[in-house]
Design a protein around this ligand. Sequence first.
Ligand code: GLU
Length: 394
Amino acid sequence: MDALSERINSLPVSATLAMAAKARELKNNGIDVIGLSLGEPDFNTPEYIKDAAIQAVNDNYNSYSPVDGYADLKEAICTKFERDNQLNYKPSQIVVSTGAKQSIANLCMVLLDPGDEVLLPAPYWVSYSAIATLAEAKSIIIPSSIDTDFKITPEQLEAAITPKTKLIMFNSPNNPSGTIYSEDEYRALGKVLEKHPNIYILSDEIYEHINYGTPHFSIARIPELYDRTITVNGVAKAFAMTGWRIGYIGAPEWIAKACNKMQGQITSGANCIAQRATITALLEPVSRIQYMVDEFSNRKELIISLLEKIDGFKLNRPDGAFYVFPDVSYYFGKTIDGIEINNASDFALFLLEKAHVATVTGEAFGNDDCIRISYAASEDNIKEAVARIAKALS
Ligand code: GLU
């Protein structure tokens, strides 16, 4: 529509959500599509968290909450940060939002001016660049590849910094690669950032608990960076609560205040029932969700063992999250079953059309050699999906 703003017209559609919608549409038309596109646990929310929500309904939590979240939820978040991340935040440094996505959007809106540069170590989550664009900032991509386990080096970081650099967005464990930066690796990158006091650091730790190896390290633990780091987290992935929409930040107080002001004009406080349930989710021992992590770990081994039998799939071995991000560039320039494949988007569409398996093109994550496959799916679906992919490619 001509009347739509330039802002929305130039905004890309979220590739993860678009692929999920496409798979849903095909399914509604009777086509048996296996959806491995969306990063969403296929578990139910644990009973003890659901009970807390039911209790909140019965306790008549129906009014607006404070914009930045209930006081006891903010206390619970501080307890969580201390317990899991050795991070000391006061409630005045916490803002609860409608999903970690809103936490990130708030932050970009309050921190970025037109022309500011945002560093995105690639692969990066789809919405980072789109949200930065909405804030009229410029995304600067720092590339990596499967050969470096999708990690950037301190030298690359240094080279990407300019006087206009305002923000860098880290995400470990990473969506889409599952890669985790170790403490040593973060400290080495941190050394570069220490020299540039005008750069802020967003650390998206939403996959923190979905970890099979490298211990989680929060970059805000580096004392020299604490005062300019915004730690983002939420309950969606670890507690199978994607639809409950609760994310939060721990940040310098002046940034939290600004995010509170921004949110107050856009959505007000997050859903009150979900906030009450989040208190229980965060304060109960993390061991209560280990059964899901164990299951994801089994599925990771399964999908890797199956995919590595297919010619042309170069695989990474992720330590976290629930994605594999194989390099499929072997297929570029080939025509299979009448479809010409020249890039990752062609490849993902080929898989959808010929194998009826939904994945996401790596292009959406800033890497055009790979596709993202979510293994947050049942073992049967994983087996069937990989069998279909192998058949379509043979
Ligand atoms: N973060 C998930 C994903 O990447 C959910 C979809 C989204 O919000 O992008 O698949």
